[in-house]
Design a protein around this ligand. Structure first.
Ligand SMILES: Cc1cc2nc3c(=O)[nH]c(=O)nc-3n(C[C@H](O)[C@H](O)[C@H](O)COP(=O)(O)OP(=O)(O)OC[C@H]3O[C@@H](n4cnc5c(N)ncnc54)[C@H](O)[C@@H]3O)c2cc1C
Length: 458
């Protein structure tokens, strides 16, 4: 009780704190923490553990507190745009601004986020902390590459400003650092110019993994590429799916048509655990392939349909039921070739755990940020139902394949990787830890993930 009162007292300057159960988007694990929702981001005094949380779209335990003593600083009410230069596209905002709100403001002015993940329901702070990547990584890199200045509140409450050439080690530790160097308060970053809110899209059915990888590579002059894979296909068809390539349509192509507003729907209840069973998932994959797989010469689609297809169904994570799911996302270096991808997909089908959704993307060179996920090669994202220890054992097996290939897993998706495996995946972990030792020696900023992976106290 004493510790809890301490946490509540600490939080006074940030408003009232309520004990709430929290999870990532995959709904596993669930832990409670004292949540505050301030309109101005600050770090409370005292010694309570702290955790920044944006819109909670990290799938695993990155935005989940390690214990009920933690103060979880929900940043989403600190969401002001502080400056927007219409000539250069430079934007300054509070870290809790969502991409959804950002898009509403900047798209009509002919700008677009330089990098966007597959949902617009993320905060700018979350994009920096995970150094998110999009369908354009092969050309444009990850989000941190566009950050010019970050303002942080460190564990002792002091302010620190960093950027690519200012306090560079702190910058490289914060981009992709999962909120563990301090609270990101303000971000200055550059937007990209666009001529219309439409995307010129080409889709193509591909019959094998070889063709998928070749297709991604041959499409490198397109700004956006992504492959959807039928996770149930086996034998020579393993890796078959649909390849999509897109680019922002020109003003002339779009002929000034405004993009239609999309209506989103809710999933009203948690689905029963039997709903997403393998036969149904297999059927879904077949239907998807049949519907999207016809070769389309270029056609125009609204940007929301191209970048954020899943956002049309709000709360879609409830379809996996209360036990939740994991998204296993790994990066495999170019040099390892296709064999590790074949091994990963093959292992899943052999274990009867074919993914409901499997996506493959092309990665260009990685960034210098110490824990940034992308490395040159390809990345595979696989949605797997969480079924307790068997699922965790399966992830261990997948991690062994990835480790052997010289690859790594993505912290924004992870909930179960072992600390020693993660340590072997990340060659710059020591440099990152050295910065953390300097700015937060007592590990005030910590999460369920940092307890699991970096030995922080809960
Ligand atoms: C449908 C879907 C599609 C996705 N597609 C992609 C994709 O294509 N590419 C990709 O890279 N990611 C993708 N993601 C993952 C998502 O982009 C990241 O997890 C992102 O960080 C989520 O932002 P958030 O605001 O929800 O952060 P949260 O999930 O709330 O937090 C994520 C991490 O950021 C830290 N953090 C958040 N705000 C701050 C702050 N102000 N200061 C310090 N630390 C902070 C948290 O502590 C935590 O460690 C996807 C997620 C979903 C649900």
């Amino acid at each position: 009780v004493g510790a809890r009162l301490g946490a509540l007292t600490d939080a006074v300057s940030l408003g009232p704190a309520a004990l709430e159960a929290l999870s990532g988007w995959g709904r596993h694990p669930v832990r409670s923490g004292h949540v505050v929702r301030p309109t101005r981001l600050a770090v409370p005094g005292g010694t309570s553990p702290l955790l920044a949380r944006g819109l909670g779209r990290a799938y695993g335990d990155a935005a989940v507190p390690g214990s009920t003593e933690a103060i979880v600083i929900d940043t989403t009410r600190a969401d002001r745009i502080l400056a927007f230069d219409l000539d250069s596209g430079r934007l300054t905002c509070e870290a809790g601004l969502s991409l959804a709100d950002l898009l509403r403001v900047v798209v009509p002015h002919g700008f677009f986020p330089p990098v966007t993940p597959g949902t617009k329901f993320v905060t700018v702070g979350g994009c920096v902390a995970s150094d998110v990547h999009g369908k354009n990584h092969h050309r444009d890199g990850s989000f941190g590459g566009y950050a010019e200045r970050l303002t942080l509140r460190l564990a002792d409450g002091s302010e620190a400003v960093c950027g690519p050439s200012l306090e560079r080690p702190l910058f490289l530790a914060t981009v992709g650092g999962m909120g563990l160097t301090g609270l990101i308060v303000e971000v200055v970053f550059r937007l990209s110019r666009i001529e219309s809110p439409w995307i010129a899209l080409e889709t193509e059915r591909v019959g094998s993994l070889h063709d998928m990888l070749a297709g991604l590579r041959a499409s490198r002059d397109w700004p956006y590429t992504v492959g959807w894979i039928d996770g149930f296909a086996r034998g020579p068809a393993l890796g078959c799916g649909v390849l999509m390539r897109g680019r922002h349509a020109s003003r002339a192509e779009a002929a000034d048509r405004p993009a239609p507003r999309r209506r989103a729907h809710h999933v009203p209840i948690d689905a029963p655990s039997w709903l997403l069973n393998p036969p149904l998932a297999q059927l879904f994959n077949r239907v998807y392939r049949a519907r999207h797989g016809r070769r389309h010469a270029c056609r125009l689609v609204p940007y929301e349909q191209f970048f954020y297809p899943l956002d049309a169904l709000l709360d879609w994570n409830r379809l996996y039921g209360r036990r939740g799911f994991l998204q296993y996302q790994c990066a495999i270096p170019l040099a390892a070739g296709a064999a590790p991808v074949t091994a990963l997909l093959g292992r899943l089908t052999r274990r009867g755990a074919a993914p409901l959704l499997a996506v493959i993307k092309d990665f260009g060179p990685g960034s210098e940020a110490f824990l940034s996920f992308p490395i040159e090669g390809i990345t595979l994202s696989l949605d797997l139902r969480y079924q307790g220890p068997p699922t965790e054992a399966l992830i261990d097996e997948l991690n062994n394949i990835v480790l052997e290939a010289g690859g790594r897993v993505y912290l924004a998706k992870d909930a179960v990787t072992r600390a020693d495996d993660f340590g072997r995946m990340m060659p710059k972990l020591g440099e990152w830890t050295a910065v953390r030792d300097r700015v937060d020696p007592h590990r005030r900023f910590r999460s369920a993930q940092s307890t699991r992976l970096f030995g922080d106290p809960a």
